[in-house]
Design a protein around this ligand. Structure first.
Ligand SMILES: [Zn+2]
Length: 506
């Protein structure tokens, strides 16, 4: 009965995790009301996820500070027991328990109780030096009021759609949150829309979310009697979700660039009337918050999103996402050009194609275990995941392609590799001269693309590389403002839903 064994292991793992969380909380935050051990077991045995699907927004979010997944992750990251393997099953279980406690203690709607009153300032601890070290680590992120976490700069929001089943049009559109710059922080659910298509009215979709964020922006978050300023740091999403949320033209429109006022040009396919909008100009006037809100380029806008009512820079605070832009966008496009000749000027011979495939497969045997997914060959190009494309872009590409591509194409790829590598690096991306250098070589990459791969190659994603350095200037490493953590969490949400359905069927 492997299934039962697996489940039992997951429950034991969950209980252990909960004990560690509570023990850590007791030590660090000196919580007065410690829940007795039997209650923990009772909680884990009556797990019921609070993922209620309806066509309206359902808020599942945080109600007590120790139930915020991002914070919980910080508290447990150094608990001294790392021997226990954490599999996806136990990961899902831990989220189930979090939502279960949310459903019991939910205070969404009574905002003054948003966070439970915990004595953060108390220095009394039974565990002496160890606790002091942990407390100092948290306080090193201290906000202006010294409350531990500077919410005003650290909250990222993600919106994306995921299809639920292959056999129906049902889909989720969750609004997720994540506390930035906290090691091990995990995304959490703010609200979920469910329907048979994407939300038709953006302002209906955002109504509850914007109202609550406005309340928090005005009143702050009350924690231990202190008011912590609240501000959304970034809204992270792919290009279609971005244009939907900001109510502007899509990424295939002539005025679709969210960062500059360039006008696209239509490039026809070879021997065909069909084609696509491309963005060959890279020196157009840049957008800013003022120009966006005053509609300086009216053709860019479709309507007025409720997001504009928030304390948000409508251009800078909705950054370009490296996962969609660099990996699923440009890296995949380059591979399509080399392997399938999608852009008429370049195509590898059959022998080189086979060699590329063989090298990609063989090198994956030597990859360290920190890479969670092994790179597959170029034969599986259509099925390559974004993490595999990222592996190739940042680490393997320069080695593998050296014997595959002609020197001109290889050097051109290196511009892309070095530019994005600098902007991803936590140290290099903090140096203005390196950001400026990355900006120059990425612009050169885009410029040379027209010659090497044809005008049609410079579509939305390739053009947006010319704006990527700006994101590093605003946020530091572009890896800190990526959709990767949210994508993983969306899969966990999907698993949750399937498990609930299989339980109800039984
Ligand atoms: Zn642009």
């Amino acid at each position: 009965m492997p299934r039962v064994n697996s489940r039992c292991k997951a429950v034991v793992s969950l209980r252990q995790q909960q004990r560690r969380i509570r023990a850590t909380l007791e030590r660090i935050y000196l919580v007065d009301e410690v829940v007795a051990e039997p209650n923990i077991a009772a909680e884990s045995s009556s797990i019921q996820p609070e993922v209620n699907c309806s066509s309206s927004m359902n808020h599942l979010s945080d109600c007590e500070v120790y139930n915020v997944p991002g914070i919980e992750a910080v508290l447990t990251m150094d608990d001294g027991d790392s021997s226990e393997p954490v599999d996806e099953e136990s990961d899902v279980d831990s989220y189930l328990s979090l939502y279960d406690s949310d459903s019991q203690n939910s205070c969404y709607g009574s905002d003054e109780n948003l966070f439970k009153n915990i004595d953060w300032s108390s220095s009394e601890s039974e565990n002496g030096l160890e606790d002091e070290v942990k407390k100092k680590r948290l306080l090193s992120n201290s906000g202006p009021l010294g409350c531990g976490i500077e919410y005003s700069k650290e909250l990222c929001v993600n919106v994306d759609g995921i299809p639920l089943y292959k056999s129906s049009r049902s889909q989720f559109w969750p609004i997720l949150g994540l506390l930035r710059n906290i090691d091990g922080a995990k995304p959490f659910v703010i609200g979920i829309f469910e329907g048979t298509s994407k939300p038709l009215d953006v302002n209906l979709f955002l109504e509850d979310f914007v109202r609550e964020v406005k309340f928090l922006e005005t009143n702050g978050v009350i924690l231990n009697g202190k008011v912590i300023p609240f501000k959304i740091s970034a809204i992270l999403c792919d290009a279609p979700a971005r244009s939907f949320l900001t109510d502007v033209k899509g990424h295939t429109a002539y005025f679709g660039c969210p960062k500059c006022e360039t006008k696209g040009k239509y490039a026809k396919n070879h021997n065909s009337k069909k084609g696509r909008v491309t963005f060959p100009t890279s020196n157009a006037r840049l957008r800013n918050n003022h120009s966006f809100r005053t509609r300086r380029q009216a053709e860019h806008h479709k309507g007025r999103s409720l997001l504009e009512e928030l304390n948000l820079d409508m251009v800078l605070n909705i950054p370009l996402d490296s996962m969609h832009l660099c990996d699923l966008g440009v890296m995949k496009k380059l591979m399509l050009a080399w392997a399938k000749g999608k852009f008429e000027r370049v195509k590898l011979s059959k022998a080189l194609f086979c060699l590329l495939d063989r090298l990609m497969c063989s090198v994956s045997n030597f990859m360290p275990t920190i890479f969670c997914r092994k790179l597959r060959g170029v034969v599986d190009l259509d099925r390559l995941k974004s993490t595999e494309l990222r592996q190739f872009r940042l680490f393997l590409g320069p080695v593998i392609l050296k014997t595959i591509l002609p020197i001109q194409l290889y050097q051109h790829f290196l511009l892309f590799h070095y530019g994005t590598r600098i902007l991803s690096d936590p140290e290099l991306s903090g140096l203005p001269e390196m950001i400026s250098y990355a900006d120059k070589i990425l612009k050169l990459f885009v410029h040379q693309s027209k010659t090497l791969y044809g005008k049609k190659f410079v579509s939305f994603n390739v053009h947006c590389l010319t704006h990527l350095a700006q994101e590093a200037t605003t946020y530091g490493s572009i890896d800190t403002i990526t959709c990767y953590p949210f994508e993983n969490f969306l899969q966990i949400l999907k698993t949750l839903l399937k498990r609930v359905q299989s339980h109800s069927l039984q």
